[in-house]
Write a protein that binds this ligand. Sequence first.
Ligand code: SF4
Length: 601
Amino acid sequence: MSQQKRIETELLPFIQGASQYIGREMNMILKDHHTVSVRVAMGFPDTYAIGTGSLAMQIIYHLLNARSDTLCERVFCPWIDAADRMRAINLPLFTLESYTAVREFDIFALTVPYEMLYSNILEMLDLAGIALFSRDRKETDPLVIAGGSQMDNPEPFADFIDAAVIGDAEATLPAFIDAYKELKSQNLKRDDILLNLAKRFPWLYVPKFYKIEYNDDHTIRCVTPTIDGIALPVKREITLDLDAAPYPTAPIVPIHNVVHDRINIEIMRGCPNVCRFCHEGYTRKPVRKRSIEKIIELAKETYANTGLTEISLCSLSSADYPNLEKLFTELNDYFAPKHVSIALPSLRVEKQLQIIPSQTSKVRKAPLTIALEAGSERLRKMIHKNIDLENLKPAVLEAYRCGWRGVKLYFMVGFPGETPDDLIDLVELADEIGQWRKSIAGRPAEVNVSISFLVPKSQTPMQWLGQKSLEYFENSINILRQAVRPYRHIKLSYHDRFRSRLEAIFARGNRTLSAALYQAWKNGARFDSWDDTFQYQRWLDAFAATNTDADFFANRNFGPTEILPWDHIDISLKKSLLMSHLKEMVANAPEIKDFYSPPDV
Ligand code: SF4
C-alpha cells in the first residue's frame, strides 16, 4: 500500500484535526522528486497551527522552491494522538506535499525560534526514523540542519544536529544548496560533505568538528576546531538589502485553523532599541528597513495571490519604522476600499496615538498593549526601556477616547536589584494607567497585567547574570497578588515560572545538557511550550538521572572572564560592548553592585 493510502486509511480516521496533516492548501508547491537534484524537508517543531504562520519557514519554502534544481516540502510536529498512532502502525514522519517519509530527503532543515521546542525536535527525529544523535546517523540519513535565533547558542542542542546555519536564510541558503548539490553529485560520504561545507562557509557551524574542554569546576577551558580550515569563531551572515531579498508573496493559505491567518509583510529586520534583556534587540543588528514602495508592492502581490483580508506589518518594533504614517496612509488608500484591514502588532502606544483616528475607521482595532517591562522608573532606566509616562498619558487617553476600554500591560519580574517596592510600584502604575480613563468614561479601564519572569539570554548584557530562584518568583507572585487585591479593575496573569527556569537553563546552557534533554524526551517531554502538556517533573527527573546541575546553568553568575558556551558563535557583537552595558547597569543601580561587580575586562 502506498504511503498516501496508509495515511488516509490508517492514520487520519483515528486522530483529531486530521486536516492539519494533509497539505493541499492554496499556494502549496508540489514538485516531482525525480526532476530535482536537492530535496529538502523543512520542519517547524510545533503544530501546524503554530508553524504555518512562521515567516522564516515561508521565506525558506519559497526561496528553495524558486530553484528549478531543488524542492522543499513542509513538516510539523504531530500532536500526541497522531504521534502515538504513527508509532502504533509504524508510519514514519512524512511531509505535507508528497507524503514522502522525511528520512528519504537529502536535508532535514529545522527552524528553531525558542528553547522550549527542543523536545519536539527529538520527537520529530524519532518519528522520522532518524537517529537522534548526530554521531549515530547512517550514510543514508538526511543532513539535519538547524537555523533560527536559538542557534545564537546552539550548544545545548549541538549533539543532535549535523550543522547550524548562523545568519539569515536569504544570505546563506542559495550558496549552501549550490555547494551541497555539487558535493552530492560527487557521491561523497556525509562527513566529507559536512567537512567541505564547513570549510567553505564561515557561517556554518558543524558541532562535531569542535572539541569543547572543561575545567574541574565544569566551566569551559577551551573550544578547539578538530580539523584545519574551519571557522573559529563561526560568523553570522546577514541579508543587508531587504528590498532586493526574495519575499514569499504567494504564502500558503491554510485550510486548518491556525493562529495567524493573515498576510505578513516584514517591514524591518532588527530593532533600533537595545533593551538590556532583549536577545532579538542585540542580535539582529544592524536594523534593515524595507522601502515603502517595496512594502506596498509586496502587499499588493500577496493580496492578489491569497485573497486574505488582513495585512500585518511585522517587525520587532514597528513603531520605529521611519515614516510609519506615510506607509499606513498609502496602504489604507489602496486596501481600505477592498475591506482589507491593516494590523500593527508591535506598536508602542506613543506611536498608536498618531494613527488612532484613522485606525478607528479603517483598521481592525488591535488590543491596546504596552510593554512597560518594569514598574519603577529606576528599573526601566536600568534596563534601557525608555518609556516616558508624560508622553504615555496623552496617548492612552486618546485611545480611551477612541473607544478602548481596557489595556494590557506587560511586565517582567526578576531584574537584578529589584526590590519588593518595585513590585508595588508595578501595581500602582497599572492602577494609574487604568484610572486615566475615569476622566473620559467615569470609570477606570480594565487592566490586564501579564507577568513574565526574566530569562537571562545569551548575547546580551544579562548573559553573565544568573536567573532569580523559583522561590524568589513565588514570593514575587505573592507580593503582587497582595498588592493588587484592592484594585478590582486589575487582573494579573503569570507565565509558568518552571518553564521560565527551563528557558534559562537552555538559554545559558552548554553541550553537556544534551544528556538531560534526551532523558527528558524519553520521560515523555514534548510540546513544552503548551500549558496542558508541559510537566516540569519530567525535566527534574531527567536532571536527576543525568546528574545535571540545573542551577549551574540557570542561577550561577558567570565569571567576567569565563569562556561562555556561545563565545565561538560571533554574531558581530563585541563581548566588551555587552560587558560595558552590564557595567552601566551596575552603575545605575548601586544596590546590585554586590550582586555582580565585574572587574574591568
Ligand atoms: S523595543 Fe522590543 S524588540 Fe526592541 S530591544 Fe526593546 S524589547 Fe527588544
